[in-house]
Structures are given as structure tokens and as C-alpha cells.
Design a binder for this molecule. Structure first.
Ligand SMILES: CC(C)(COP(=O)(O)OP(=O)(O)OC[C@H]1O[C@@H](n2cnc3c(N)ncnc32)[C@H](O)[C@@H]1OP(=O)(O)O)[C@@H](O)C(=O)NCCC(=O)NCCS
Length: 217
């Protein structure tokens, strides 16, 4: 089964060059909107964020089959084979080239071990100065701050390098671990989006958080 990126992420996107943009945002649009990978890669003493590789497919497919990832990350069925997972990576790359998303593998510092999870900027709207951040971890990588560190690195880079003015984080109302990550990074809770996305057991409400430059903790 092929899972289109639109179905996995349920992200909307529009790229209109008619808004007032910060200088970096104008530069992105005039450059055909490709989102370049951070160079050097974003990293600290807990996690490194790098492009996905085909060799990551087995570990990623395994992580996608975790019930907690299935419950909270995807509104639609996840890839059901390693081959599907490679196709998924190809779709993520296509979205990057369109300037819609930047998806990165989370690995140990120094890229010394298997994939811990994924982190992304999605729904990137330079004309509005906004983007959203998303993440997931394999079960064995949880409970040691990997997601928090990855979000901090991504957020800092987004404000500094893309010149965006607002970062959004949306998660299910019952996803306590994810909301803890949001609050630890300094995101402010804004409210509930009712019946926000289709889930595997019906439509789900979501909590929306936002982070503005200067609020990152
Ligand atoms: C969300 C996720 C990335 C967080 O992983 P993590 O960084 O390892 O987070 P932790 O396991 O350390 O938990 C973070 C906090 O939530 C708390 N927490 C974890 N599971 C919890 C639960 N089921 N109920 C309540 N609190 C919980 C932890 O105690 C911790 O609290 P602290 O900040 O006081 O230390 C991880 O749980 C995950 O991958 N979940 C599945 C996919 C997903 O939900 N992605 C996000 C979609 S919005």
C-alpha cells in the first residue's frame, strides 16, 4: 500500500507571494521555495537531526508499528512494509523540494546509532511567517528528552534561519507526553481545535500550541 504524504500528515499548504515577508521569507520564495537542510546538521549532546536515508527504513517501519505512534501520529494507516517506508521517505523529499516540509531523522549525537525518531517542520508558510513542528520517537528512545531537544533545535533554526515569526505545535488532547514536550520548550497553549483530524477511531480533537521568537526555553 502506498501512503501519500498528504494522507499521512494531513497538512495544508499554500505558497502565495502576496504577503509582507521578512527578508529571509522573500529569499525562500524567490529560490523556488526549496527548504535546504540545516548545515551543519542541528545537534546537541542528546540528539542529531539529519536527512533520512533508505537504510533507515527497517527501524522506521518498526517504529511506525508501535501502537502509541499509530494512535497519536497518523490520521491514516501507516506504511505497511519497508518498501512503503522508502516510498514515504521519497515523498518527504519531494515535499522538501517544494518548500512544504523539512523532515529529519533523529539519531544519537555523532550519528553513531540507529534512528531514534523523526522531527519535522511542516505546513511551512513563509508568506505568513508560520510553520508547524511535529515529532515521534521509537519506544526505546522515549523518556530521556530526545523530543524536547529536537524541538528546541528545530525551533531555534526556524526563527534564526527561516526568519519565521510563529511556530505551531498541534497534538491530540489526550497526548500528555507530547504536550509536556511543548510546554518544556516554552510553547503557549492556545486552545482546542474540535474534530481536527480523522483518527483511526473517529475524528479527534487537538490542542494547538504556539511559540514566538524569544519564548523558546
Ligand atoms: C510524544 C513523544 C515524542 C514524547 O517523547 P519523550 O521526549 O521521550 O517524552 P517523555 O517520555 O520523556 O515524556 C515527556 C513528559 O510527559 C510525561 N508523560 C509521558 N507519557 C505520559 C503519559 N502517558 N501520561 C502523562 N504524562 C506522560 C513524562 O513523564 C514527561 O514528563 P516530564 O516533562 O515532567 O519529565 C513520545 O511519547 C512519542 O513518540 N509518542 C508517540 C508519537 C507522538 O505522540 N508524537 C507526537 C504527536 S503530536
Amino acid at each position: 500500500m502506498t501512503v501519500p504524504i498528504r494522507a499521512l500528515s494531513a497538512f495544508g499548504f499554500s505558497m502565495r507571494a502576496n504577503g509582507r515577508l521578512p527578508a529571509r521569507g522573500r529569499e525562500i520564495i524567490s529560490n523556488m521555495a526549496e527548504l535546504r537542510f540545516p548545515a551543519p546538521p542541528l545537534a546537541d549532546d542528546v540528539v542529531l537531526l539529519r536527512p533520512w536515508r533508505e537504510a533507515d527504513a527497517p527501524a522506521t517501519f518498526l517504529a511506525f508499528s508501535d501502537p502509541v505512534v499509530q494512535r497519536f501520529s497518523w490520521p491514516q494507516p501507516t506504511p505497511d512494509s519497508e518498501e512503503d517506508t522508502r516510498q514515504y521517505f521519497a515523498e518527504l523529499e519531494a515535499a522538501r523540494l517544494l518548500g512544504e516540509e523539512l523532515n529529519l531523522a533523529l539519531v544519537p549525537p555523532g550519528d553513531t546509532g540507529p534512528v531514534l525518531g523523526g522531527g519535522s517542520l511542516y505546513d511551512v508558510r513563509p508568506e505568513q511567517g508560520c510553520a508547524s513542528v511535529g515529532y515521534w520517537l521509537s519506544p526505546g528512545a522515549r523518556g530521556r528528552g530526545v523530543a524536547t531537544h529536537a524541538v528546541r533545535l528545530l525551533a531555534r533554526w526556524t526563527f534564526a534561519e527561516l526568519g519565521l515569526a510563529r511556530l505551531e505545535l498541534t497534538c491530540s488532547t489526550d497526548n500528555e507526553a507530547s504536550q509536556r514536550v511543548a510546554r518544556r520548550c516554552g510553547f503557549a497553549r492556545e486552545g482546542v481545535l474540535r474534530s481536527h483530524v480523522p483518527g483511526q477511531d473517529g475524528r479527534r480533537d487537538a490542542v494547538v500550541y504556539s511559540l514566538l521568537p524569544g519564548e523558546l526555553r
